[in-house]
Design a protein around this ligand. Sequence first.
Ligand code: HEM
Length: 563
Amino acid sequence: MIVTHRPELLAQWKCAVLHVCKCSLRDEDFRIQIPASTWEIGCLNNSLLDTLPGKQLEDLIDLMYSLLGLLLILAYTGWWIYIHTSPFHVAINRIPGPKYLPLIGNSLEMFGGLDHLISLFHVTFVEKYGEIYRAFAGRNCYVCISSPELLKDVFTSQKIIDKGVSYDQLAPWLGQGLLLSSGDLWRSRRKLLTPAFHFSILNTFVEVFNEQSRVLCGIIGDICQSFADGKSEMDVYPFLAKCSLDVICEVAMGTKINAQTDDSDYYKAVCRMGQVMITKFQKPWLENKRIFSLSALGKEHDQLLKTLHGFTEDIIRKRRKSFSYVSNNNEKNESGIKNRLPLLDLLLQASDDGKFLSDLDIRNEIDTFMFEGHDTVSSLMGWFLYCMAINPDCQENAWIELSGVFDNSERDCTQEDIPNLKYLECCIKETLRMYPSVPAFERTVQEDVQIGKYLIPAGCTLGCLTLATHRNPEVFPDPLVFNPERFFADEANGRHPYAYFPFSAGPRNCIGQRFALLELKIILSSLVRRFKFEFSSDAELLIPSHQITLKSLTGINLIVSRR
Ligand code: HEM
């Protein structure tokens, strides 16, 4: 018997056997002669194989098949013993979840369209295994949670604050910005950046939100007017995406890119980068950095990075030059409004000439705001208009409220109007319940933790399933019905504090939450005041899919008309 533990020899051996199969068999009596120097089967040469007789050849092939089978059995037994005895797997196997294979885990089940991941993780697995289950994406173990009580253990923990493996994709673009950083770096940055989202600063951005809303309404209005009946069917999503990018560019960097009206290279690069990341995610072999960098997609990715980073770096450079330590923070302009400081100026101020923050640190933070503050907001705006269109009664209620507040005038929305937009706020919250912009997020478990009755071993990734929790019928009866009244004060009272968390919760919640809600109320009130949104009666309902944020697979096609 020839035994080797070296896989490369086994591969050669297999080739040799194939060769033997192809040989014409003869009846002569032979013995296999393997000289000591050619002990390893890979060294058998063709002339020797050619001389083997049929019977022995068949025996040899049988032997090799048996050996291969034995090896497989041994490997499987080894793996079986490992997953039944290693402390990691013993703990993990107590958690319900689908059976998994060595190395590939449950990857085969995960294979499918972008909408498939949402239905698999948020519906199928939840229905089968309950509010906490585990699944393996390749060798990465995910423990997914969709119960408010179990999520409490995650959100209130000071230990489970590091992001999961899926975020690695964003690292080349966002570096160690607030979204991706961890440990002391994250703590110090969070402390530094929190004042930038203070109410008094947010109020200075109201003007930008209004200005960009006017541009958006102007564009949509022109399209409607170009039709005889003043009605047009359009995919509203690209308009919303450009508007939210214009807003965040001005607010974060103090720069206008006019994505809504001009052809913006930066806008194109941001959109394309999103698509590249999704394509990469769909092709697991591109996870290998070397393969990715050699692929056409990898090259395009690097080119896009250059554009995106180059844009931010250029602005930082120019802004640093013109930046004087603005203690004029409190100065007022002619109309008595406080001078607006973009977030970049606040970072430059905090950096104290590079002592606390380098230009690279600032770029990472600004890119993080650009990424987080654009895609999430446009995703929500798209779903909101869709929900209004398929629930005309709710749209009518929102419009009646707005007519009362604005008296059917064309005036801007002010800070004072915001508390009066109660019904609109409930509609926004209900949209975020049904279609959370961030449908799930991850945390890496650095040391063993207890979640409910389960011990989650270090090395796992916790998946917080926002969408599945928000559609939990025990917390939100008839979860697929759009009902803004769920967020009326008396309805919401007494609800579990972690039953609803579109902006995450705990120490790593969304720093831009108040900013986002203010922006959303101003832009969406402008749209609902001026336009009516309808959904074509013969169109299929939209399917949510995981495209970094929650997006419709087919855009947001609505029939829009002027009020
Ligand atoms: C509808 C709008 C938004 C939604 C639904 C949303 C949601 C979220 C969620 C769920 C997280 C936690 C992600 C995680 O743990 O992996 C997060 C984090 C974050 N968000 Fe938002 N976000 C929105 C808008 C914004 C805006 C407008 C900004 C900035 C201007 C922003 C900046 C951030 C940042 C910097 C973080 C990281 C915070 C940290 O880790 O300390 N977000 N957001």
